[in-house]
Ligand binder design. Structure first.
Ligand SMILES: [Zn+2]
Ligand SMILES: [Zn+2]
Length: 371
């Protein structure tokens, strides 16, 4: 079928709205009519990443309606409302069998090679292959995706809000709830208040933390953090964040620190601000040339855990419907994350706004496809 899509033709160039060919889903794949898709900072990173295979169609946070299913598909049926996961796990690899489905072996190759799980593409133009992105490619009217990317949501779930669950929301919420394992009554510091950070705050709030301290350099972002459950804020450009966190925690440091900033200095602060026996979770993607400096002296004596978290250690079929239900019950904020609603034709505006440091960047521009 012919579909309209935003095509990344070259690294760093604006996306181009073009007609492309999408072939039918194979036996374990699903054709999804995309209804909403968030424009994520990772899309901007991919646009400027020399290793991104081109031409490609970006977009990895999406929601839509199942339009057709392959012959072996059993998890969803035509008409189902779905949120998309970019780690369609296999269930049988070394990582899946130990419960770490977010680290599934089978998804990682195709994720970076720009194909679906079988190593091939369903996207083309004039007979020339177009690469997929994150196994989804949601900046298009339709997408063929793996069955295991399709997570059914309640019919009453609004689609723009649903589109955000599968990336920043799951990553932040999961960092607090799954990776850190925030406990009731505990103290939590979240470094880096963006689309992921506010969801780490929401997760900590839902898990019952008593103090949730947002740390960032942008006053506007710290204000927004309060809406999502932060009880305290620290502007780390103005005060000594480690001293301030100790002061808020009887001199002991926080139980849990979660770095969503991707800055090594913030991650090192997170480590120093955590009490003995505490847990530090690093979610942000660091510059690969940087090194994290954690003092070796006394490491064994403090008994702390330092942990990386990918995709919020998410179990999509458990976590996505749970987040949707909490939203429908008024216990999880998603409306506030939909900053503006745009059409696919205006997608480059959303990319441009990432460069506007003055604009609010807690949340997303969401592209909607109306009938
Ligand atoms: Zn994303
Ligand atoms: Zn697996």
């Amino acid at each position: 079928m012919k579909i309209k899509a935003a095509v990344m033709t070259e690294v760093g160039k604006p996306l181009s709205i073009q007609q492309v060919e999408l072939s039918e889903p194979k036996s374990n794949e699903v054709l999804v009519k995309i209804k909403a898709t968030g424009v994520c900072h990772s899309d901007l990173n991919a646009l400027h990443d020399q290793t991104t295979p081109t031409p490609t169609i970006l977009g990895h946070e999406g929601s839509g309606i199942v339009e057709a299913v392959g012959s072996n598909v059993t998890r969803v049926k035509v008409g189902d409302k779905v949120a998309l996961s970019w780690v369609p796990y296999c269930g049988t690899c070394e990582f899946c069998i130990t419960g770490a489905v977010h680290l599934c072996e089978s998804a990682f190759g195709p994720m970076f090679e720009g194909t679906l799980l079988d190593g091939t593409s369903r996207l083309s133009q004039d007979g020339k292959q177009i690469y997929h992105n994150s196994l989804l490619s949601t900046f298009a009217e339709f997408a063929v995706v793996p069955e295991m990317s399709c997570v059914k949501l309640p019919d009453e779930m609004p689609l723009a809000q649903a589109s955000l669950i599968g990336c920043g929301v799951a990553t932040g919420y999961g960092a607090a709830v799954n990776a850190a394992g925030v406990t009731p009554g505990s103290t939590v510091a979240v470094f880096g208040i963006g689309g992921v950070g506010v969801n780490a705050i929401q997760g900590a709030h839902i898990a019952g933390a008593s103090k949730i301290i947002a740390c960032d350099v942008k006053p506007a972002n710290l204000e927004i953090a309060k809406q999502f459950g932060a009880t305290h804020t620290i502007n780390s450009a103005e005060v000594d964040v480690e001293a301030a966190l100790k002061e808020l925690t009887n001199g002991l440091g926080v139980h849990f620190a979660i770095d969503c900033s991707g800055h090594t200095a913030a991650a090192e602060s997170a480590w120093k601000s955590t009490r003995k026996g505490g847990t530090v979770v690093l979610v942000g993607a660091f510059n690969p040339e940087k090194t994290l400096n954690i003092p070796a002296g006394g490491f064994h004596r403090v008994g702390k855990v330092l942990k990386g978290s990918f995709y919020g250690d998410t179990q999509p079929f458990r976590d996505f419907p749970m987040i949707a239900q909490m939203y429908l019950d008024g216990k999880f904020k998603l409306d506030e994350l939909v900053l503006n609603r745009i059409e696919l034709n205006d997608i480059n505006q959303a990319f441009d706004s990432f460069h506007d440091c003055g604009c609010i960047n807690v949340g997303r521009a969401v592209i909607e496809f109306n009938d």
